[in-house]
Design a protein around this ligand. Sequence first.
Ligand SMILES: [Zn+2]
Length: 146
Amino acid sequence: MCKTAIYQKERRCLVCEKSIHGRSDKIFCGINCKNHYHSEVRKITKTISAETVKIINKNWAILTSMMTKDYNQVTVKKLTLQRLGFDFGAITSVHSNHSFINFGIYNYIYYITKYDKVVIMRNKEESIITPFLFKRMLKQFPILAI
Ligand SMILES: [Zn+2]
């Protein structure tokens, strides 16, 4: 009786809501709906990833503006970075040691002290951004030109 109830339940296409016939794992009525669904998923994924990369690039630009050429480490107030639009939720890597959690953004790593200071360091293990990419970021984030 229970088995009969499952077979009687009508399955509907995820896209157009038409009735589906055939294999039990089928979720689209046909190839057009399947293609439409995957096209929409690709579009959304591309938009989300582009926005995330933009935020990470902005963070990188802000960290670069904080660093001086002569030093590989600088300490700034967390509030200073926040006022410049730094997004602490967007990073490219995370590492932990005994004292701090280090967050990475491309070739920089930083950690936050208990006094809300941010210690920014160049990560020597990461490769340096190419000059081409740097020029592109300079156009996108004029803060670097300061
Ligand atoms: Zn359909």
